[in-house]
Design a protein around this ligand. Structure first.
Ligand code: MOS
Length: 734
């Protein structure tokens, strides 16, 4: 009945919340200030292993402005959340016992009138420990037998018989998510219910987790996240500070603000495990893979288990009859690990794609050609057809746009302006999953619409694409559509994780908009408007905000607000919901992933050992792109993060206390604007209508996967040095 006008899908609208952000009016969690608000500062353990013998709080309690000092003795007990109810990466609530498992673990909390008073008093809390030497070794001897991710054929047997073999181990260091905006909670308790202003990638899950730990009904917790200064995975699940702030607000009867320091960001809100990955490949002389074996290890915290799923893409990326991916883990006195952008696949593809590059060299074959020769017909791990796979096109287009045909494969053979050029490439992949979602779309008597869902915009453009989705059905431009998100009072929406939010919102938002138009048409039929006389409700269309008969020009119809006025109603609200892809029979019959290829140019100046990433061409197959501007921006940001992963990022731990020593953005280096290469992003657009009607998959994380391998491949081409331990260090190249 409703016509699907697609005018706004695929248009490069600027971010609808952009003006709020650039004028400083966008409110982030810590921007919330309330009358009588108190400030909380946690006290973090200064040993990495041991037991608390006592905590002396007397001095702190006597300091100016201090309201209360909480320790295990007086904070109360918090029930643990059941894994089936809500997801956390640290299930142990803060201060549950006296055991110290990692450096930085919360041991006390000071609440005072001002932040400065709370900080001073927190520094005056004296904790006595029975300290032991923590195990923060980066060596990854696994604790137990390997567990198999996926296996087919006989990988060890085929490898043993092969003439061409590659066997290398690749390592990646612990990386810390480090979004620009610190984690923060402003907790308000009104005697019955909580409002938590959070920086969260998943407010719906956050609400459930908090309700369980605070032991109140779910409808007594409201979580609000209007804007997020990114999260990179560290804000997917709730962490202890949120609970501490909420518990203190309830106990003291005043709003409590708790903002993590950058130091705490290194040990209280997750990081990516270090990994060690042994990759064995065998192939025929003409480059056909005969086996692929991927054995990977990662560290986990003492009490929690987060799998760094390096095998995410291993099973289906290339065709080979014999394959085995297996993993193991090593417990360390390191803070709980979490998802960091492209969890698993990002370190995993660094290893797999590096090994493919080494195999190409062994074969004397172009690395693009090697990938093309091993392109599978279907997902050989799942035995399912791909919903939409265009890696071949990404490889060919990327090579074309980059000028790959001019590459001389000999090491150090290409020069420009006195610099050695290194050219490298890698493929990439990332999962496509649709989460269940609900949305509402309202048409209002002032001629505007409102689309709402309890999801988040983590800087990726969710506000904008929600307006575009609703606008595509309503025929309205984004500036006539208000977007409401980031509030658990709205219909439950998807977590902003796994690059799943946009693709998950599509069916719910379209259904809600269509429901609103359906109600509008019924309302018009009842109102008996002369312009629409004789047109059945089913034959009414909404175009450009005007309701008109199908086959007649929109100008013959009526603005929808006039319909509402004629009917004497203020607003019509449509509702939409969709199941996740795990409950969708058609989706379950397909293997759904995004694909892409990166081509990288580095410059190397041997005289002064200067390495720069100069140029990156990235071609991504992520289905339909709803907004090429925010989409391209996602990939550009991810590529810059890939430069950081390849050349800079590494968390280092002090072996005596287990402290992350480079716990600030001066010593933990991320790529800056000056490190950013010239980036050319191109999308091959093949709508993936198995995932959703618009065919849009996610685009946040795939841009990071594979970049580090393409860079180290380029570094090898320039210098002859194969870097198998990230990050690339200058001394390794000399
Ligand atoms: Mo992403 S690590 O799912 O924020």
């Amino acid at each position: 009945m409703t016509q699907h006008t697609e005018s706004s899908i695929g248009a490069g609208h600027i971010r609808v919340e952009g003006p709020l952000k650039v004028t400083g009016r966008a409110r982030y969690a810590a921007d919330h200030g309330l009358p009588g608000m108190l400030h909380a500062v946690p006290v973090c353990a200064t040993v990495g292993k041991g037991r608390i013998l006592g905590i002396e709080t007397g001095v702190a309690r006597g300091m100016p402005g201090v309201r209360k000092v909480y320790t295990r003795e007086n904070i109360g007990r918090f029930p643990r959340v059941d894994e089936s109810a809500a997801k956390l990466d640290e299930y142990r609530p803060p201060m549950e016992d006296d055991e110290i498992r990692y450096y930085g673990q919360y041991v006390a909390l000071v609440v005072a009138d001002t932040l400065e008073q709370a900080m001073a008093a927190a520094a005056a809390v004296a904790v006595q420990y029975d300290a032991q030497t923590p195990d923060v070794s980066m060596d990854l001897a696994p604790d137990d037998e390997p567990r198999v991710d996926t296996e087919r054929g006989d990988a060890p047997g085929a490898y043993a018989q092969a003439g061409i073999r590659i066997d290398h181990t690749y390592t990646t260091p612990p990386e810390t998510n480090n979004p620009l905006e610190m984690h923060a909670t402003v907790a308000v308790y009104d005697g019955r219910a909580f409002t938590l202003y959070e920086s969260s990638q998943g407010i719906v899950n956050h609400r459930v987790a908090m309700a369980r730990m605070l032991d109140v009904p779910e409808d007594s917790v409201r979580v609000v996240t209007e804007h997020v200064g990114s999260g990179f995975g560290s804000k997917l699940w709730p962490w202890g500070h949120s609970l501490l702030a909420a518990a203190a607000a309830r106990d003291l009867g005043s709003p409590v603000k708790l903002v993590l320091s950058r130091r705490m960001m290194f040990h209280n809100v997750g990081h990516r495990s270090n990994t060690s990955q042994r990759v064995r490949l065998s192939a025929t002389r003409d480059g056909q893979l005969t086996s692929l074996r991927h054995d990977y290890l990662f560290h986990v915290a003492m009490d929690e288990y987060h799998k760094e799923n390096c095998g995410e893409a291993t099973g289906f990326l290339y065709s080979t009859p014999n394959l085995r991916a297996a993993y193991g883990s090593a417990r360390r006195n390191i803070a709980p690990t979490t998802s960091m952008r492209g969890p698993g696949a990002v370190p995993g593809l660094y290893a797999i794609e590096s090994a493919m590059d080494e195999l190409a060299i062994e074969l004397g074959m172009d690395p693009v050609e090697l990938r093309l020769r091993n392109e599978p017909e279907q997902d050989e791990a799942a035995g399912l057809p791909f919903s939409s796979r265009h890696l071949r096109e990404c490889l060919l287009q990327g090579a074309e746009r980059f000028g790959w045909a001019r590459r001389d494969p000999r090491v150090g053979s290409m020069w420009r302006d006195g610099l050695v050029l290194g050219w490298g490439m890698a493929a990439c992949s990332w999962m496509a999953v649709r989460l269940k979602a609900q949305a509402s779309v309202a048409l209002r008597a002032d001629g505007t619409a409102r689309v709402a869902s309890a999801t988040q915009d983590i800087g990726t453009g969710t506000y904008t694409v929600m307006a575009q989705m609703a606008g595509s059905v309503l025929g309205l431009p984004p500036d006539r559509i208000e977007v409401a998100l980031g509030d658990t009072a709205l219909p439950p929406g998807p977590t902003s994780g796994g690059s799943m939010a946009t693709g998950s919102l599509v069916p719910a938002v379209l259904a809600a908009a269509r429901d609103a138009v359906r109600q509008l048409a019924a309302c018009a039929a009842r109102a008996g408007l002369p312009q629409l006389a004789g047109v059945a409700a089913d034959d009414l269309r909404l175009t450009g905000g005007r309701l008109h008969g199908a086959g007649r020009p929109p100008s013959s119809g009526v603005p929808f607000q006039d319909v509402l006025r004629a009917a004497g109603i203020e607003r019509i609200e449509g509702h939409g919901q969709s199941e996740g892809s795990d409950a969708d029979p058609r989706a379950k019959r397909h293997s759904m992933h995004s694909f892409g290829a990166h081509f990288v140019e580095v410059t190397w100046e041997p005289a002064i050992a200067r390495l720069r990433v100069a140029r990156v061409v990235t071609v991504i197959d992520a289905g339909r792109i709803i907004n090429p501007r925010t989409g391209r921006n996602q990939i550009e940001g991810a590529v810059v993060m890939g430069v950081g992963m390849a050349l800079l990022e590494e968390t280092s731990y002090d072996s005596r206390q287990g402290a992350p020593v480079n716990n600030n953005l001066a010593d933990y280096m991320v790529a800056t604007h000056a490190d950013a290469p010239d980036i050319d992003v191109h999308f091959v657009e093949h709508p993936d209508t198995v995932l959703n009607e618009l065919g849009a998959r996610g685009i946040g994380e795939i841009g990071l996967a594979g970049v580090a391998a393409a860079i180290t491949s380029a570094v090898h081409h320039a210098t002859g040095v194969r870097v198998r331990d990230l990050p690339v260090k200058v001394e390794t190249l000399l």
